[in-house]
Design a protein around this ligand. Sequence first.
Ligand SMILES: [Zn+2]
Length: 648
Amino acid sequence: MTQYTHPKALPKEFSGPNPATEHTEKKNATVLEELPFDDRQSFENAARGFIASISPLKIKRSEDGKTTYDQSDLSFLEGEAPPTVNPSLWRQAQLNIMHHGLFEVVDGIYQVRSFDIGNMTLVRGNTGWIIIDPLTSAESSRKALDLANEHLGTRPVVAVIYTHSHADHFSGATGVVDFEDVHAGKVQVIAPDHFVKEALSENVLAGNVMLRRATYMYGHLLPHSPQGFITCGLGTQVSVGTIGFIAPTDSITKTGETRVIDGVEIVFQMTPDTEAVSEFVFYFPQFRALCMSEITSHHLHNIYTPRGAQLRDALAWANQINESIDLFGDKLDVLFASHHWPTWGREAAVEYLKTQRDLYKYIHDQTLRLANHGYTKEEIAEQLTLPYSLAKNFSNRDYYGTISHNIKAVYVKYLGYFNGNPATLNPLPPVDAAKRYLDYMGGAEAVIAKAKESFEDGEYRWVAEVMNHVVMAEPENIPAKALLADTYEQLGYQAESGPWRNFYLYGAFELRHGLPEEEPRKLRINLIQGMPLENIFQALAVRLNGPKAEGKRYTFNLNFSDLDTPWIMSVENSVFNAFCNKQDANPTATLNMSSLDFKLMMTGHIKAIDLMSDNRLTLDGDVEKLVEFSELIDKFNQNFPIVTPRDV
Ligand SMILES: [Zn+2]
């Protein structure tokens, strides 16, 4: 396992938080002039249909009393925006946090909002509830269901619909349904085509790095305060409770497919390769209601999500919204989604869909226009702003995605990371470059002196760039880290985007306080249970330490007591492969066990030797070879350094 030596925390006098500077105060004040803050329609919609909530807004796990979601200390958001928050983001935070609980969308459709980053929607069928998107954790989804049952009458859950393959919409499923009921056919689970593959590849193959970067993006380790966390933009905050995976029992593959569930008719429109690779939206004829899933929310979404993810297709996104208008635009009374509040009235809903469509299309088309003129992604992001007809609309603002980083995403999707200038084809890695820059610029002290002047002038973006070199070259330099932290902080205070604010403020936080404790990350048992073997093998393949496996060769025949098909698992050429329905004539060893025990063993939850002494594993061959083989599998540390160099 890679060990990191972490730079020390800064002395108390540098530990912040600091007030907004004059430059930040001025910049934030201009936002109030630029946008129509007297437009209160969103506040009316966010409050409409309120039934009940819990107070304080705090959710705990019953087993051990651990708090999994706590937004009870955000009441400071009731006042006016302070100088340390962009007023436009403050408005969005108010909309998210001050409107939590159970709401009626129409008679028969209800939403629980702000019990997690997303919404859980409940549709009343003839006998029970159809649940749309059971949130991120079981504690949040159970609390949401309890609230609905308490105020609307207790009903069994008869079906679950996952709108798409992102964890904040499915990993809380075990809070509202049992594995057994799903397997017994008592509860249907409906999802878009390719859901399992996408859900697991996104969250497992690149899971460790995404999770670490998500700490920055979602800011859940930041204190809640006007100088700290206020919102994620997309919603309040992600809950941190029990996650699980229940695979769908029914997949939708084509636009126009319908299902009748517990007497409720649903018409689906596939929207693949947009906000998620696997996603659909759907219409309820009897309620004249359209669920837009996460295709439209009340902000500009991410074409590229800064926690790290594959790039999304802005043009497909715009086209899918247009198709929703064509299919359902003339017959809807209300539109709701997996985040934020609904839009009532046909005219308002269609107008909202049109501006969302044009938002993504404008970013797509104008980025490529300027790219074709020869501008690089940084140059395009610097000059392109939305036309005022789109920009004045709060539902198009930068609360989650930003125009700036979405432009770069469109550029990279078409043209890749390289801008054509050979100077950028093979640059030195950050620490090497930083040391040389510092040397050329006369050393750290000289750079810090100049950077302090730029800080006084409010040139925070430039100071961040320069001071990052100093910290990368000299991670124990206290004045350097302090100045970089102060700079990130002002950038955070100015940001309109929740993720940008959180990235900057959490970057400052780690520079000031060091990294959280190390914790090697195992795949979680709840997740492993529902994960098909193919996905487990691929997850193991990206954990194989290639250089360590140099020259090694292993072939294991795998026979699973609960499955009909045998597998081969092998390492050769420093590559991990798995082959279904095959057996090797001369294997290193043959293993007989249950598929679940195999998954637990390979993900480090249980040792082969313990399984053997329990008679849960019989092994024909040399057990030492299995141990050797498993030592080639890397463990990932959850808290690798980001704002400081890797090796100190
Ligand atoms: Zn979501």
